[in-house]
Ligand binder design. Structure first.
Ligand code: CU
Length: 268
């Protein structure tokens, strides 16, 4: 029995570790300026935790076998713990946990607390059950007023956001179901939610941030590669959560200007 346990524990350890080492299910290639940083932190966490995990499981299997019941086995002795050992591993775990958090907080804080660069593209992302809408402030660089009583989710677009078209600043606002961004320019993102908590998750940008009703959350990131990228909602937000899917199109500045101009023209 002890030997069977050892084999099972070691096999489970080997198989589960293999999928991480072989990167069978892994993140898509990073396409934002912060991606190398985040990937480095991600890999470091996995390597450290992987070493701890494998060492713990190998010892577990070996101990299960070593202390198996067999003729001539020593009499069982109950231990009430070892204070010195407990202090050592609690301290080591705390150092590891706090250390990794401090390292990671630098990247996160740079996207959250540092102000966006001058000339960043302003985009507002609004989550609602069950879609994402993206709003661009237009030539005046100002988002127009929205009013809860004007909201008509079934109409989509501007009406879904409750855009008050009598507001001067709202006249040139562009609302899109697809997020367009110019490459190599920082995005000054404002996150909003209309109903429940959603989470804007763009794996290729290594970006994930909750959208919370009543809050305007400011974040920024810089896409560095053109292409089409998936957007998902990463917060279980209701029955239709699974279809709360969107697309991000990172294009050249020229194509971005053309797209924005065509959307402005559509409004006239
Ligand atoms: Cu959602």
């Amino acid at each position: 029995m002890g030997l069977a346990l050892l084999v099972v524990i070691w096999l489970i350890t080997l198989f589960s570790t293999y999928f991480f080492v072989a990167k069978t299910w892994w993140l898509p290639a990073g396409a934002s300026a912060a991606a190398p940083w985040i990937d480095h932190q991600f890999a470091l966490t996995y390597v450290i935790m992987g070493v701890v995990f494998v060492a713990a499981q190998i010892s577990l299997g070996w101990l299960a076998w070593k202390y198996r019941d067999h003729p001539g086995a020593a009499k069982v002795e109950y231990s009430h713990g070892n204070t010195k050992l407990e202090v050592v591993w609690t301290t080591l775990t705390a150092i590891l946990f706090v250390g990794l958090n401090l390292m990671g907080s630098h990247v996160w804080a740079s996207e959250r607390f540092d102000p966006a660069q001058a000339g960043a593209v302003k985009v507002e992302a609004t989550g609602l059950q069950f879609a994402w809408y993206f709003r661009y402030p237009g030539a005046d660089d100002k988002y127009g007023r929205t009013k809860p009583d004007l909201i008509d989710a079934s109409a989509g677009g501007e009406a879904a956001l409750g855009l008050d078209t009598t507001d001067q600043a709202a006249k040139d606002d562009v609302v899109s179901g697809v997020m367009y961004l110019p490459v190599n320019r920082q995005v000054d993102l404002t996150l909003r939610s209309q109903d429940v908590i959603h989470s804007l998750f763009i794996p290729s940008m290594r970006f994930k941030q909750d959208a919370v009703p009543g809050l305007m959350i400011h974040m920024h990131f810089t896409p560095v590669q053109t292409g089409d990228y998936e957007i998902a909602c990463a917060e279980l937000c209701g029955l239709g959560h699974y279809k709360m899917h969107g697309m991000l199109k990172v294009v050249s500045q020229e194509d971005f200007d053309k797209w924005l101009a065509s959307k402005e023209a559509e409004k006239q």
